[in-house]
Design a protein around this ligand. Structure first.
Ligand code: NI
Length: 185
């Protein structure tokens, strides 16, 4: 089932999301629905708050960009109770990001190149890994959603000022996109 994507201004996007337990109701169906929703909206990652649920659940599909980045061929993963536990601040880079909850906005964001993450996979097996490169960027973007943050929060100075008008437009529902959304009314 395709779920509506909650857009900028929805309070759930500003909540710190909670860990879940294996008995969370209909978790498999929820994850399946999130993959269908991600595919329909042609995104590479989706966090549960973006479909209105303040829980620490994220899916990432980098297989869809593997023509450009072959190292991510087959990379489709679910992250439960995901947390970033360490940032390697020694090296940062800047790259353009967008977000299904902020349709029409694309801005360069500076982020550390390497992070340490802890999460459970779909079988609730624990993982603790250092991740780098493009995956580290996507994880930071998605896991930020679990902390009530969106990518424009990282902008500074002139860029921050420049996006204000667009963010106000999103609040008013003044945008177009090709997938189903839920705007705050
Ligand atoms: Ni996003």
């Amino acid at each position: 089932m395709i779920l509506p994507i909650y857009t900028y201004g929805q309070p759930v996007l500003r909540k710190v999301a909670e860990d879940i337990t294996p008995d969370y109701p209909e978790l498999d169906t929820l994850i399946q629905n999130m993959y269908e929703t991600l595919e329909r909206s042609e995104g590479i990652g989706l966090a549960a708050p973006q479909i209105g649920l303040p829980i620490r659940l994220v899916i990432i599909n980098l297989d869809v960009i593997s023509e450009d980045m072959p190292e991510y061929k087959g990379y489709i993963h679910t992250f439960i109770n995901a947390h970033i536990v360490e940032y390697d601040e020694t090296e940062k880079d800047s790259s353009e990001e967008g977000c299904l909850s902020l349709p029409g906005l694309h801005e360069k964001v500076v982020r550390p190149r390497r992070i340490r993450v802890q999460y459970l996979d779909e079988k609730f097996e624990p993982h603790d890994e250092w991740v780098d490169g493009y995956l580290a960027r996507v994880m930071q973007h998605e896991f930020d959603h679990l902390e009530g943050q969106v990518f424009t929060d990282h902008l500074t100075g002139l860029r921050k000022t420049m996006v204000k008008g667009k963010l106000n437009g999103l609040l008013k529902g003044d945008f177009r996109c090709s997938y189903k959304v839920k705007v705050r009314r």
